[in-house]
Design a protein around this ligand. Structure first.
Ligand SMILES: N[C@@H](CCC(=O)N[C@@H](CS)C(=O)NCC(=O)O)C(=O)O
Length: 208
């Protein structure tokens, strides 16, 4: 069945999904909408909640990036059978998104003074608050969240790469296990070729 992923031409919420799809060798159409001219009013009206990513499989469609990432990771050994292990992964992924919310808030802030204040808190407190904890979890679990590769490590790496791009800092340098994971995921078969083919991302300029 034809699979399509709609998102902008940026990493952010869609790159973990793209990584999982490439790693698990699922063919899909990687449809990228232009963020610099967004909103595409007619297309936006067709989105169930007005936002992307949107995943389409035949006549079915799904929104919410985490629901999509988890769905495309099924049947691939990236989701444990045990309910407690699944819950630990859900917990980890919501922590990752709690961090990401701060980056989005900073990125979307238009008032220069407020943006500077948000940046200060992010750089001086938020990044270390979350990453010292992610690092500790990875150290305690053999480099993963629950002891083996799961869909959530793909989410962490996608979000780390996006945060590095959007904040302009090299977050992972201070956190060796996070860095190790970024290197591991980005060199996985399928993911590596995808990255080489798409080239580097740049920070998007949003329409005023
Ligand atoms: N909770 C949603 C958030 C989706 C979301 O915020 N999408 C943004 C891009 S990252 C979007 O579509 N923005 C365009 C708009 O709202 O018009 C998810 O995880 O998928």
């Amino acid at each position: 069945m034809a699979k399509k992923l709609h998102y902008f031409n940026i990493n952010a919420l869609a790159e973990p999904i793209r990584y999982i799809l490439h790693y698990t060798k699922q063919e899909f159409e990687d449809i990228r909408h232009d963020i610099t001219t967004w909103p595409d009013v007619e297309f936006k009206k067709t989105l169930p909640f007005g936002q992307m990513p949107l995943y389409v499989e035949g006549d079915k469609s799904l929104t919410q990036s985490l629901a999509i990432a988890k769905y495309v990771a099924r049947d691939s050994g990236l989701i444990p059978a045990d309910a407690w292990q699944q819950a630990l992964l859900d917990c980890a992924v919501y922590n990752i998104y709690d961090f990401w919310k701060n980056v989005v808030q900073f990125f979307l802030e238009k008032d220069e003074e407020k943006k500077e204040a948000l940046k200060k808190v992010l750089f001086e407190e938020t990044v270390d608050f979350f990453f010292s904890r992610f690092e500790k979890q990875l150290v305690e679990n053999g480099g993963y969240f629950i002891g083996s590769l799961s869909w959530v490590e793909f989410v962490l790496v996608g979000i780390v790469e996006s945060a590095i791009l959007f904040l302009g800092i090299e977050i992972e340098k201070k956190y060796p296990k996070v860095k190790e994971l970024v290197d591991k995921i980005t060199n996985l078969p399928g993911v590596k070729e995808h990255i080489a083919a798409r080239g580097p991302y740049t920070v998007p300029q949003l329409k005023k």
